[in-house]
Design a protein around this ligand. Structure first.
Ligand code: NAD
Length: 296
């Protein structure tokens, strides 16, 4: 079993750190929020007073922070960069969703100091983080992927190597761009059917058994009352926030721009989520984008 520093114990990082504890790892947990640290301590983790303390005398550091500026700040540009204090041989696994360019830049800064940093963003949301069934998309060499895998296995079910540094973040934003497109498309079709007198549950079942079948229809129906236990049936509370989807579509836009890859559908989805966010819905689950289509 390994000794692991865990930095960023929010909605995702908290349950991920607890799953590492449950798997028998020794976890040194740090967050800016004491409450978040105490939740991990209550499950058997050890509190770290600072990020530096969490990152010293450990074999792995896992970070789960909001955005690229937090990741680069903690490891490279902050007052006490962790790259200056971690021991040789420590493997840093960043599971935050950040832009691929920052992920590559931080990995290169680590390499200059002889420190291994890999990107390993996740898909699955808070439910999967709690259940330990996240999908990990890893950007790392074969060797570092193999080294990280036993740690990732304690937090996830499907662990993929997408390619070298940054590739995990590219895979993540491709996936979330597609998710935004299929969710807005599903909302569009359901709203049109219902406005023309169809029952949303019947229409959902028809499309699920037909060529329009997709993930939203299978497990995350955006129409209230069609499916139990999903955010649409709980006033769009919980789940994956519009604000985070908007952030991810911005990351996809950056990749599209930098590589001159045409993404007209992704751009349209981003515009729709921007409108929905501007209407005050940033804190709702992203399936609430259905409301944008409905007569008010
Ligand atoms: P969150 O806001 O709940 O958690 C972030 C945590 O980081 C907070 O507890 C905050 O206090 C802490 N933090 C910020 N700066 C820090 C610092 N300098 N030192 C220590 N701790 C610091 O966010 P989340 O929902 O857990 O998401 C984390 C990452 O995972 C994001 O990049 C997000 O895009 C990604 N993600 C989220 C979901 C989801 O469903 N919520 C799904 C997949 C990926």
């Amino acid at each position: 079993m390994a000794t692991i520093g865990f930095i960023g114990l929010g909605n995702m990082g908290g349950p991920m750190a607890i799953n590492l504890v449950k798997a028998g790892h020794k976890v040194k947990a740090f967050d800016l929020s004491q409450d978040a640290i105490q939740k991990v301590v209550a499950e058997g983790g050890q509190a770290a007073a600072t990020a530096v303390e969490a990152a010293q005398d450990v074999e792995f550091v896992v970070s789960m922070l909001p955005a690229g500026k937090h990741v680069e700040g903690i490891f490279v540009t902050g007052e006490q960069p962790l790259f200056d204090v971690v021991a040789d041989g420590t493997l840093i696994i960043d599971s935050s969703t950040i832009d691929a360019e920052t992920a590559k830049r931080v990995a290169a800064a680590g390499a200059e100091r002889g420190i291994d940093f890999i990107d390993a963003p996740v898909s699955g949301g808070v439910g999967a983080a709690t259940a330990g069934t996240l999908a990990f998309m890893v950007g790392a060499s074969e060797e570092l992927f193999a080294k990280a895998k036993p740690v990732l296995d304690a937090m996830g079910k499907n662990i993929f190597r997408a390619g070298d540094n940054g590739a995990g973040q590219v895979a993540k934003c491709c996936n979330n761009m597609l998710l935004a497109i299929l969710m807005t498309g599903t909302a569009e079709a359901l709203n049109m059917g219902v406005k023309n007198g169809l029952d949303p549950a019947v229409l959902s079942e028809i499309m699920k058994q037909s060529s329009g079948n997709n993930w939203a229809l299978q497990v995350y129906n955006p129409f209230p009352g069609v499916m139990e236990g999903v955010p649409s049936s709980n006033d769009y509370q919980g789940g994956f926030q519009v604000d985070l989807m908007y952030k991810d579509l911005g990351l996809a836009g950056d990749v599209s721009h930098q590589s001159a890859s045409p993404t007209p559908m992704g751009s349209q989805a981003r515009a729709l989520f921007a409108l929905h966010k501007a209407n005050g819905n940033g804190g709702l689950d992203f399936s609430s984008v259905l409301r944008l289509y409905q007569d008010q």
